[in-house]
Design a protein around this ligand. Sequence first.
Ligand SMILES: CC(C)(COP(=O)(O)OP(=O)(O)OC[C@H]1O[C@@H](n2cnc3c(N)ncnc32)[C@H](O)[C@@H]1OP(=O)(O)O)[C@@H](O)C(=O)NCCC(=O)NCCS
Length: 169
Amino acid sequence: MTATDLITIRAADPGDLARLDEIYAHYVRLTPVSFDLEPPAAAARAAWLAEHPASGPHRILIAARAGTPVGYASSSRFRDRSAYRSSVETSVYLDPAWVGRGIGAGLYQSLFDGLAGLGLHRAYAAVTLPNPASVALHRRFGFREIGVLDEAGHKFGRYWSVLWLEKPL
Ligand SMILES: CC(C)(COP(=O)(O)OP(=O)(O)OC[C@H]1O[C@@H](n2cnc3c(N)ncnc32)[C@H](O)[C@@H]1OP(=O)(O)O)[C@@H](O)C(=O)NCCC(=O)NCCS
């Protein structure tokens, strides 16, 4: 049995939020993976969790070890205008100690299994370049690259480009 065998995947609940915030804050503070410049306030993160109930098109799954989240994947509203309701934007973040062990793939598998049959048509993902692990993960799940927004964000004193990917659902 490996450490990854002990991972369980389930819907996020409010008791997970502090740990999810820690995972996300790592990428906000130290990497361009997220274009947030500061970790979101607690109220904003609580609202984010509330917008992602366990069922429906917008949801958050966590990978937990011994009950503690080591990563999460989300499907979220893509854009506000109503005709976009057939589309979602997906994302996945792991505790850096747990990358490269198949947990991202496990989360995405469960996420897309759960989204099947909901009438959704497209999933989109935005990846700050370079991020070979994320690009490989998205390709594995049938995303195709649809374009790069050249130098779309500015963080840590330089511009970063963003690859958008699309997956038929
Ligand atoms: C991106 C991320 C979610 C991938 O999850 P993971 O558990 O590390 O990846 P997995 O072990 O499931 O591997 C998924 C695929 O990526 C590949 N991969 C993993 N790490 C890689 C790396 N460092 N370089 C290149 N490919 C890599 C794997 O070989 C696998 O490809 P395959 O299906 O063709 O064999 C994870 O690395 C992570 O959280 N990274 C930091 C946050 C982040 O970048 N999130 C994505 C925001 S868009």
